[in-house]
Design a protein around this ligand. Sequence first.
Ligand SMILES: Nc1ncnc2c1ncn2[C@@H]1O[C@H](COP(=O)(O)OP(=O)(O)OP(=O)(O)O)[C@@H](O)[C@H]1O
Ligand SMILES: [Mg+2]
Length: 322
Amino acid sequence: MSPILSVRGLTVCYPNADQPAVDGVGFDLEPGATIAVVGESGSGKSTVALALSRLLNPAVSIRADALTFEGRDLLGLRREALRRLRARRIAMIFQSPFGSWNPSRTIGAQLVDGLRAAGLWPDRRERLLELLKRVGIDDPERRLGDYPHRFSGGMLQRAMIAGALVTEPSLLVADEPTSALDATVQAEILEILDELRKEQNLALMLISHDLGVVARVAQHTLVLYRGQVVESGPTAALYRHAGHPYTQGLLAAVPRLEGPRKTPLPAMPQGTATRGGCVFASRCPRAEDLCRTSAPSPRHLNGTDVACHFAEDVRREPIWRW
Ligand SMILES: Nc1ncnc2c1ncn2[C@@H]1O[C@H](COP(=O)(O)OP(=O)(O)OP(=O)(O)O)[C@@H](O)[C@H]1O
Ligand SMILES: [Mg+2]
């Protein structure tokens, strides 16, 4: 099967930044599959998402060896073609349920705007009502007349998902779609997203700072650190044989059912950027001189691609237990 989205060497620089926010990122996404992009705050997750739908300000530099969606070069698309693509084929939902809605207009009016922009109003009216029910909004016809303040955060996020999927996109990029919500609602919403993915053969890119949240639904995971992919692979392999100290740290920070939530990345102080060496060297307890002078290229090892000079040792003797 050919990938719906293919990314190679994606590099994004904000104006006046001294290093790229996204640095050489590459991955493929198959139709109907889910990829998780994880990393701490500032690792470049949202920048990857925004670069894909070219929602970044034109002053931001985006380069890539390849950036193709449904076989088309996203970087070469003209404004109108890009607008059509974003209205119909690529949908995005963001973290803040409140920030994504205009407080002075009804939920229904805002959902209709999206359909109008896609040229699908009023044809998809029934489908919208169906989807709203499907994501857990009872009596949708009445609720569409409500203003956002009458909805809870979870309800706004459900309505956002219905609005995003009613155009039948082939890719949904969800940037921390549940991190503002409590754990039960978070799990319900991920479950709904996963079901709709299967029903609509939707490819899903799920962004999260919490590996635990995405592990249940993503077949493939990409771990970002300072804009670089430090490890990627099938999620199950990443869990079982994390070979990068940073992945191990993220896994150790995942909250457990049987215990209290661990402090995120307890033993990793914030590091400074190391020029020429491994991006993680200044935070890594395992780092040696080699790590500070030479950047490791990703290597395939026991199921994952890992960019660490000492991945074999790290895998044998994990730095953080999870
Ligand atoms: N508009 C901007 N202008 C300049 N720098 C930016 C801008 N947006 C993000 N950055 C920088 O780019 C880097 C990556 O940021 P990004 O928002 O992509 O990270 P993130 O992984 O999504 O973080 P979070 O988990 O906090 O959402 C950070 O160093 C950030 O400071
Ligand atoms: Mg972000």
